[in-house]
Design a binder for this molecule. Structure first.
Ligand code: ASP
Ligand code: MG
Length: 423
């Protein structure tokens, strides 16, 4: 029993869906396929949610774009305009229309999950129908019945016991019959409300399914050849890492490597399930194998994060920033859901680097200011080098002013500002 995960790029248009179908066709039976929303639809659904909550005018326009995108793919994939999938998808959209007609009176995070989760419902219905139509018999399954979470909307915490029970009871029998298609990213509460697991959470879903099913392997199909030592978005020359330990994979994703979701590794490591990261463009190539073997990284790895803000928090009366203040400071970060990318402390000040998510960061700073002196510096870059050396450090710091640097044995993190931006 194996698990495959296909992300948005692997189902972004009809051609991609056909390619994905080819990969599924060539694999063995008893496969669970976890699929994300198509292309960049989750971003669009986020926009729609935002507009709806703020009562803006353009909700119909946004929904029409989302509809048009899916119907274009449907028209490209199915010759018969009377195929039942057209009706299924149209009905899903009617449900959103009903929802949008009502006033947005529920909590924003709850509304977010009810709307944004639709991307995965649409993609999996289309993919399942296409496979069934083209000689690959599959069953469509609703992930909300299996991935059981609490009601922390937008970041559902998985109830592993319940999830495991549901999977054993209801998913295992389905898989005994053949291939099952389900959604990533989404879960259900005990009252059957939809939750999401956090952006890009489909990898995590696939890992949860793999762990509960004791899968022999999880393959994440990507538009890159595997795990590279740097994001090709920032680096011209990148190298494929053929094999990686769970430990290095956790470190890389923790520091922001976006190739796999940071929460993916733990459930796999716990069950010693190998993770393959492979190209859906070249499925015959090996890609990257991540497992429990202690395999040192062949090259230093770079992780870039842009749009960072450095927040410096200091006491007003020259008193030390010690455990007591720190625990208060951290509780505010937790409250505002601001994640710390790097931190450093001195006697009377504490510096933190976070993603510049304006609303959250502004609210956090406002709360911090009640007790501390707070300064911040925006438009920064954070670079993390795993297995750094002097050479790699000088490579990335050219024309940069380093504001903060933290080094441990294997990892060096630097917060930098573009010199051209300073002058
Ligand atoms: N569709 C969701 C997102 O884009 C989940 C995922 O792709 O993993 O965040
Ligand atoms: Mg996605």
């Amino acid at each position: 029993m194996e698990v495959f995960k296909f992300g948005g790029a692997s189902v972004m248009n009809a051609e991609a869906v056909r390619n994905m179908a080819g990969i599924i066709k060539n694999s063995k039976d008893n496969l669970l396929v976890v699929v994300s929303a198509m292309g960049k639809i989750t971003n669009k659904l986020e926009e729609l949610t935002h507009a709806y909550i703020l009562g803006e005018e353009n909700t119909t326009e946004l929904l029409d774009q989302i509809k048009a995108y899916h119907f274009q793919i449907l028209n490209d994939l199915f010759n018969d305009p009377n195929h039942p999938v057209f009706n299924h998808i149209a009905n899903s959209f009617v449900e959103i229309e009903w929802l949008l007609e009502e006033e947005a009176s529920d909590a924003p995070d709850y509304i977010y999950d009810q709307i944004v989760s639709i991307g995965e419902m649409l993609s999996t219905q289309i993919v399942a129908a296409y496979l069934n139509e083209n000689g690959v018999a599959v069953t469509w399954a609703d992930a909300r019945n299996f991935i059981k979470t609490d009601n922390t909307y937008r970041e559902g915490k998985v109830d592993w016991d319940k999830t495991n029970i549901e999977i054993q009871k209801h998913l295992v029998p389905l898989l005994q019959k053949g291939i099952v298609i389900t959604q990533g990213f989404i879960g259900g509460t005990s009252e059957n409300f939809t939750t999401t697991l956090g952006r890009e959470g489909s990898d995590y879903s696939a890992a949860i399914f793999s762990a509960c099913l004791d899968a022999s392997a999880l393959t994440i199909w990507k538009d890159v050849p595997g795990v590279l030592n740097a994001d090709p978005k920032w680096f011209d020359q990148t190298e494929l890492i053929p094999q990686l330990s769970y430990h290095d994979a956790v470190e890389l994703t923790y520091y922001g490597a976006t190739v796999i979701h940071p929460k993916t590794i733990k459930p796999l490591e716990n069950k010693k399930i190998p993770l393959l990261v492979k190209s859906f463009i070249h499925p015959e190539r090996e890609g990257t194998l991540i497992n429990g073997e202690n395999c040192p990284l062949p090259v230093p790895s770079f992780i870039f994060k842009v749009n960072q803000v450095l927040i410096s928090i200091s006491s007003r009366d020259f008193s030390f920033i010690i455990e007591e203040n720190l625990s208060h400071i951290f509780s505010l970060f937790h409250l505002h859901k601001v994640k710390v990318n790097m931190m450093q402390n001195s006697a009377i000040s504490f510096s933190v680097i976070v993603d510049h998510d304006r609303e959250q960061v502004n609210n956090l700073i406002a709360d911090l200011k009640a007790l501390y002196t707070v300064k911040y510096n925006a438009h920064l870059e954070l670079v993390t080098i795993r297995y750094y050396n002097d050479d790699t450090i000088s490579r990335v710091t050219q024309n940069k002013e380093i504001l903060l640097q933290v080094k441990s044995r294997y990892t060096c993190q630097m917060v930098m500002k573009d010199k051209s931006a300073i002058e």
